[in-house]
Design a protein around this ligand. Sequence first.
Ligand code: AMP
Ligand code: MG
Length: 331
Amino acid sequence: MLTKIEPFCGESAEKAAEILKNGGIVAIPTETVYGLAANALDENAVRSIFAAKGRPQDNPLIVHISSFEMIKPLVAEIPELAKRLSERFWAGPLTMIFNKTSVVPDVTSGGLGTVAVRMPANEAARAVIEKCGFPLAAPSANISGKPSPTSAKHVFEDMNGKIPLIIDGGECDVGVESTVISFNENKIHILRPGGITAEMLSEFADVEIDKAVEAAPDPNERVISPGMKYSHYSPRANVFVVNTNGEAFIKFRESRKDENAWFLSRGDYGSGFVNFGETAEIQAQRLFKLLREADENSVETVYVETPDKSGVGLAVYNRLIRAAGFKVVDE
Ligand code: AMP
Ligand code: MG
């Protein structure tokens, strides 16, 4: 199959919608990462997503809508808190989990009785959903396990020959996947951190962060277990999170003898370092791109100065620690 990349415009959005209406899959930009989209209510179309990504069947997909009306047939009820959050954070990078109706196929929800729903803000994503008139399941458009795509080029690297069309909307604004939350009584439970932060959500209700978000093995060990089975977002290069900052990270680099390593620093530390970005927002935008670039440059090892975990930094840390297979160097 020939995979075309077309810049987002009315015509390319129309073309994408035609493919989707016929049960096909296409890649679309969103403000988080690029998504591999199919009709969320068409079992066969959704199966093609799992096949193209090599995604495990029990990993449920997020259903993307372009208007609040679209959520109504999908969910059994909308809690008052969810309604208030939708008013504040939709359209945007917040995914909420609801009890589903039978309209949502089991393949879409990974066999769960719940469904994850999000209204993306990205203009191209919204245009394509609107033209379809049905919600789109759209996990990240990468091969399962690899770093998520934040540009059309990244999607092409992973999906060339597997899908007919990639809509090019430039680089993603946020750069990491959406915040995923569920509701526990009147509390907000963060399952995956993202662009909508715990701090932002805490204005609406008590927030608890799932243990798995930061789960790392014993921090007292120098180099901690490879934990390969938990790795995700991983480049070929071997990634380590280095638990130091500033001067100590500069000294850490001097102490390493690795010939073919990158040292990702939280700012411009001069030659020998790759600038990961001074703010968490910039780090989120650059993370997956830098991991892919490390592979393009045949880098063997990537050492990353540990990010600050506040705000969007928690999402950066969550992705990074998985890309590293939980390998942390404690200096
Ligand atoms: P992706 O679309 O690849 O960004 O991944 C979707 C994320 O949302 C994964 O972490 C899923 O496990 C999670 N997710 C989707 N649907 C549900 C659900 N019904 N319950 C819990 N988590 C979900
Ligand atoms: Mg993904």
